[in-house]
Structures are given as C-alpha cells and as structure tokens.
Design a protein around this ligand. Structure first.
Ligand SMILES: Nc1nc(O)c(N)c(N[C@@H]2O[C@H](COP(=O)(O)O)[C@@H](O)[C@H]2O)n1
Length: 148
C-alpha cells in the first residue's frame, strides 16, 4: 500500500522537509531540512546564513525560490545529493521519526504535492517524486545501519 505524505500536521507529516526536526550539518544547526536545502542554493554567500536563521521553513522556501538571489550555477547537478544529505541526517538525528520511517517496511513513499512535479507526484500523479525516492533510499541506509 502506497504511503502518501505532504502536510506536516497530517499522518506521516514527519516525512515532509517542513517538519520541525532540526539537526547539525556542515558544522551548523538547521531548524528543518527545508532550511538546509534552500540555503544550499546560495552556498558561499551571505544568503545562506540569512536563510538558515529564518524563523520557519515556509519562509526559507520562499526566500530560496526568490530569483532576486543568485542561484548557484551547478544547482541542477547538485540538488538531489543535497536533499539526500539533509534527509539522511534528519532521520539519523531523531530516533522517533527514524522508527516511523523504518516501520514503513518496503512500502512506496510518495510526496503528495499537487503543485510539485519534481520532488512530489504532482496533481495527476505523474511527477518524479524525488523526495519519496530519497526517503526510500534513506530508509534502506538506516535499515542496514540498524541491522549491521
Ligand atoms: N509544502 C510545500 N509547498 C510547496 O510549494 C512545495 N513545492 C513543497 N515541496 C517541497 O519544496 C521543496 C523544494 O522546493 P524547490 O525545489 O525550491 O521549489 C522540497 O522540500 C519539496 O519537498 N512543499
């Protein structure tokens, strides 16, 4: 049975990058994986710190998407690995949500976003669902660490 997630307050909301599960990465503290992901668009500039310190993930996403800030040139090449790194660290940091992810077994995980056809499945289900795929990869890594 496919597991759909999207809003933080709904079931499996902890799979969203907007969920309030902070972690340390690259020597800094990040309030959510969304903060980390959006800030990496501007690595090497002061925008990274501005986004890191913003109050909530919604604002981090808005700032990260504003094209008045200069997006790093290699973004399309690096964005998937940045997402992998953030999501792995988030679930390694929090035992409670790690257990929720492991308890999904081998079920398909799908970010049920009606507007995002890259990270989610989009309004008609035809999206790439990259966040769901990365969560399943992370689940596999955690499972091998758990059993290893
Ligand atoms: N809650 C929410 N609202 C949106 O409008 C979204 N697009 C998403 N999806 C998440 O957005 C992040 C990536 O955004 P960009 O690549 O910067 O557009 C990522 O965390 C998706 O899971 N979520």
């Amino acid at each position: 049975m496919t597991i759909y997630f999207y809003a933080v307050r709904e079931q499996y909301g902890c799979f969203s990058n907007f969920s309030p599960h902070g972690f340390e990465l690259d020597g800094l503290y990040w309030s959510t994986s969304e903060h980390y992901f959006q800030a990496q668009k501007f690595v090497g500039t002061s925008h990274l710190e501005q986004i890191r310190l913003v109050k909530n993930p919604k604002d981090a996403a808005r700032m990260g998407r504003e094209r008045s800030r200069p997006l790093r040139q290699d973004w399309e090449q690096v964005k998937d690995d940045i997402m992998r790194k953030a999501v792995l660290r988030k679930f390694q940091t929090h035992a409670d949500i790690k257990e929720i992810l492991l308890a999904t077994g081998d079920e398909q995980l799908v970010e049920n976003s009606p507007i995002d056809f890259y990270w989610g499945c989009g309004s008609d289900g035809s999206g790439k669902n990259m966040l769901g795929l990365i969560l399943m990869e992370v689940r596999e890594i955690l499972r091998s660490q758990h059993n290893g």
